[in-house]
Structures are given as structure tokens and as C-alpha cells.
Design a protein around this ligand. Structure first.
Ligand SMILES: Nc1nc2c(ncn2[C@@H]2O[C@H](COP(=O)(O)OP(=O)(O)OP(=O)(O)O)[C@@H](O)[C@H]2O)c(=O)[nH]1
Length: 475
């Protein structure tokens, strides 16, 4: 089938099914023709010949008897010949006694009814004698008159009427049988053409449907993950182009293959792809088996979920982030701390936390205004984020309280970091004249107890820091 411009062919497409059907019909027609020819050659024709021969043999014998009777009357030669011409239907092989020249005549004669009564096997006959391959000739001279020697009597090897009747029978049998076969073959071909047209229609309809689909669709080969067909959206999305062998492919497609296609029918996979323009894109890949020409091919569909992914990320970020400080919020901190405690228990590693609280924050608000208070919160969170390690987590625990989670850190390490943060906030050059900010912190190390115990321990130390003059860290 010619490739259509839409559901792009990676390779010429062929209907194996319809091709097989056509071959079956052709074989059937050849078989029937062979049978008919064989039937004619090995059954009908031998029967025809046998029938004709036996009739001719009988006729020749009867005619020979008739001639014998005529010859016995002692007629002069001319009269004899005339009598033979008018009475018998035969070929005579007369030979002049002197010259020895044969006088072969095809004569219209009538049969003497008496002669037909003679016993049929009375005369021995030989076929093909005297140069007449289709004749039966008496083997011995029947009569020896003075002037002429009658070598024998011959007849065509068939009674014309019975042979004609037989031929008519055969021809009519052949005509009807052959006609029926031809009608069958013609009907079969009409059926095949109709079927092919329907298949072609459904194929082009499928191509049209797949082509207008706004998302990429690929039909793969049954045996290997190679593209057999791709719709326009797939050509655009995956930047597909045909190679020298007409096979579709691209760098993005190879990356998708390397990432692994879903194996199961209901399986879907989200894959991140680097597109032809260098941009990153997320695609939901799903696979469904479809049958073509008796083989199961995977039909791959891709849905670009980049925007969805972005929205998901934003939602996830919004759900876990504090709007003011852009640090993690309390919800996330609790969930993350639970995870880290579980990991520390599982791996037997250390884990520490620092609970910070800005000092006299109420008075900052009261003195400099709420907006300045917000700015102090934002800046303090940024200072914390700048100083922690990549594995640490820092977030807003409450109003002016912050929690830092330090996986694999002892309380000594945590203390060190807490002091650096405290010093950083204190040393920050705040833009408001007279604004001074300090922070207190309580450090606690996970000792195998539950999450609440760890936070309570940190809170107790923070309380002690507050009560012992603030601007300090207590372990
Ligand atoms: N500007 C601003 N203020 C906040 C925010 N959240 C809580 N606060 C204020 O933070 C203040 C906390 O005050 P307190 O709990 O009395 O503590 P403090 O004044 O810091 O005193 P100590 O903790 O004992 O040093 C309150 O006045 C809250 O209104 C916020 O998001 N923005």
C-alpha cells in the first residue's frame, strides 16, 4: 500500500492477510484448471477415442462385407465403382493390377442393411494401413478380379454422427464446468477486491483518525521496538526523520527507548525527555497491543504532561513551602523529620535538630512595623538556608520560630552550625537604623525516642537559652 502523507510510513506497508487470500484464490483457480485439463486429457479424450475406434472397427467390417457382396456380382469395373460410390460410405483402396497405383477415393455411400447383420469380428482389420492413419483396412485382399485387385476397405475411425455427438457432450460438459469455474474465480476476485478496498478504507480511516490526534502515536514493529508508522504529532514531538532505509527515528526517540517503554498493557510511565530544541519535556507514555496482518504490534501513545508536571511541582511546592520566607513549612518539616528519624533508626546514624526563635520579635514588630518584621523573618530564613549543608533541611516552624534538621550530624556539629547561623543573623547589616536582631536556639540529638521527644528536647534547650539571656545556643 502506498504511504499516505499523514500517518507516516516508516516502511512500505503490506496487508499480509489479503495477499494470502489472493494467493489462495490463484492457487484454487490453478488447481481447478489443472483438474479440468487432466480430466479432459486422461479421462474424456481416451474414452472418446475408444468409443470412436470401436464404432469405426464395426463399421469397417460391415462395409467390407458389403463390398464383398458387390464384388461377387462380377460387375465391370466402372459399374462396380459406381455401385460402390452409390452404396457404401467408405474409402476404398483399389490398386490397378498392372500399374500397382492405388486408387484411393473418398466416396459417399450407403450401408447395405444386410451387411450390418454380418458378424463384426468376421474380418481381421488393421489400422493405418495403405497410408491412411485414421483408417481400418482389411489385412488380406478381399477379391482378385482380372483387372483390379481390391486391397481392402477402409473407413474413418469414427462414425461421424456419433463422434460429433460425443464431442458435443464433451464440449458442453467442458463449457459448463469451465464456465462455472470461471464464474467462481470471478466471484472470488470480486470478493478479494471488495475486501481489499474495505481494508484499504479502514486503513486510511485509521490513518486519518490517528493523524488528527493531537498527541503523538506510534505503531511499532511486532518483533523489535522499531517505528513502523507515526502520526504527525509524533513526527513533530519526537523530531522524527526517515533514514536511508526509510526507517523513522531520532535522538529523542532513542532516548525514550533507552529510558524503557512500558511493558504491560495497562502500564503507563512518565518520562523526562530532552527535546530537539534542548528543552526538557515530560511525557506520559502508554502502550496498547493492536493486531495487523495477524501479528500483534505495540501502539505507543505519548501525552505531553510538561505543563501538568509544572503545575504539580508548583502545587507540591505551595503545599510544602511557607509563603513569606519561601522555606519549608511546618507540615513539610514534620513529615521530613519523621522520614529522617526512620532512616537514622534504620541505618543507625545520628540525627540532630536546632530549634531557633528570634529574640524580642514582638518589639521589632512594634517598633519598626509588621513589614520590617516580615523582612527580618525572610532574611533570617535566607541566612539559615545559606549556611546549612545540602543534606540539611531548614524551615519555618511557627511565627518567628525555625527548625533545622541535620541528618547524620551529632549535637556538637549541630551546635557549631547553630552558632554560625546565630552569628550570621546578628552580623547582618539591617537597613533600618537602630534595628538589631538576635536569635536563640536549642539543639537536641535523636537518641532513639520518638519525634515529639526530640522536638521537646530542642524546645527545652531553646527555653533555657531564652531564660539565660537570649542570643545564645543551648545544647
Ligand atoms: N511581622 C510578623 N510578625 C509575626 C509573624 N508571625 C508572628 N509574628 C509576631 O511575632 C511575635 C512573637 O512574639 P512573642 O511570642 O511574644 O515572642 P518575642 O517577642 O519574640 O519574645 P521572645 O521570644 O521571648 O524573645 C508576635 O508579636 C507575633 O505577632 C509574621 O509572620 N510576621
Amino acid at each position: 500500500m502506498a504511504s499516505d502523507p499523514g500517518f507516516t510510513d516508516g516502511r512500505a506497508y503490506s496487508f499480509r492477510l489479503e495477499r494470502n487470500l489472493a494467493v489462495i484464490f490463484a492457487l484454487l483457480a490453478a488447481l481447478l484448471s489443472g483438474l479440468m485439463t487432466g480430466y479432459w486429457l486422461w479421462v474424456l479424450e481416451p474414452a472418446l477415442r475408444d468409443d470412436a475406434e470401436s464404432r469405426a472397427r464395426a463399421l469397417a467390417q460391415a462395409q467390407a462385407r458389403g463390398i464383398e457382396l458387390l464384388l461377387g456380382r462380377g460387375l465391370p469395373p466402372d459399374s462396380l465403382l459406381n455401385a460402390l460410390k452409390t452404396r457404401l460410405d467408405a474409402i476404398l483402396l483399389l490398386r490397378e493390377s498392372e500399374s500397382g497405383q492405388p486408387l484411393t477415393n473418398r466416396i459417399r455411400l450407403e450401408l447395405d442393411p444386410e451387411t450390418t447383420q454380418l458378424p463384426l469380428d468376421a474380418l481381421p482389420l488393421e489400422r493405418g494401413r495403405g497410408g491412411c492413419s485414421g483408417c481400418f483396412v482389411t489385412e488380406v485382399p478381399l477379391y482378385h478380379p482380372q483387372e483390379y485387385r481390391l486391397m481392402g476397405v477402409a473407413t474413418f475411425h469414427a462414425n461421424a454422427r456419433s463422434l460429433e455427438a460425443l464431442l458435443t457432450d464433451v464440449r458442453s460438459t467442458l463449457f459448463w464446468t469451465g464456465g462455472a469455474i470461471l464464474i467462481l474465480i470471478a466471484m472470488a476476485w470480486v470478493g478479494v477486491i471488495w475486501l481489499l478496498r474495505r481494508l484499504s478504507e479502514s486503513e486510511s480511516n485509521l490513518s486519518a483518525v490517528l493523524d488528527v490526534a493531537p498527541f503523538p502515536i506510534l505503531l511499532l514493529e511486532a518483533q523489535a521496538p522499531k517505528i513502523r508508522r507515526a502520526n504527525r504529532a509524533a513526527v513533530r514531538y519526537l523530531d522524527l526523520a526517515a533514514d536511508g532505509a526509510g526507517r523513522l527515528g531520532s535522538r529523542v526517540w532513542e532516548a525514550l527507548l533507552n529510558d524503557g517503554l512500558p511493558s504491560g498493557e495497562d502500564e503507563q510511565r512518565e518520562v523526562q525527555l530532552e527535546m530537539a530544541d534542548g528543552q526538557s519535556s515530560w511525557a506520559m507514555v502508554s502502550v496498547a497491543p493492536v493486531n495487523f496482518s495477524g501479528a500483534t504490534h505495540p501502539l505507543i501513545s505519548l501525552v505531553d504532561v510538561s505543563e501538568l508536571k509544572l503545575i504539580q511541582q508548583r502545587l507540591h511546592q505551595a503545599a510544602n513551602t511557607d509563603g513569606l520566607t519561601k522555606s519549608y513549612n511546618r507540615r513539610y518539616l514534620f513529615a521530613r523529620l519523621a522520614e529522617e528519624i526512620e532512616r537514622a533508626d534504620r541505618e543507625g546514624s545520628t540525627l540532630s535538630v536546632i530549634l531557633f526563635d528570634l529574640d524580642h520579635f514582638k518589639s521589632i514588630n512594634d517598633t519598626f512595623g509588621h513589614a520590617v518584621g516580615d523582612m527580618v523573618l525572610e532574611r533570617s530564613a535566607a541566612i539559615m538556608r545559606q549556611r546549612i549543608r545540602g543534606t540539611d533541611v531548614c524551615g519555618r516552624y511557627g511565627g518567628e520560630e525555625f527548625l533545622v534538621i541535620l541528618p547524620s550530624a551529632s549535637k556538637a556539629t549541630a551546635l557549631e552550625l547553630a552558632e554560625r547561623i546565630r552569628a550570621g543573623i546578628k552580623a547582618e547589616p539591617w537597613p533600618q537604623p537602630g534595628l538589631q536582631v538576635s536569635i536563640s536556639g536549642g539543639v537536641a540529638e535523636h537518641t532513639g525516642a520518638e519525634l515529639d521527644h526530640l522536638l521537646e528536647a530542642a524546645d527545652r534547650n531553646l527555653y533555657r537559652a531564652k531564660n539565660t539571656g537570649r542570643d545564645r545556643i543551648v545544647v
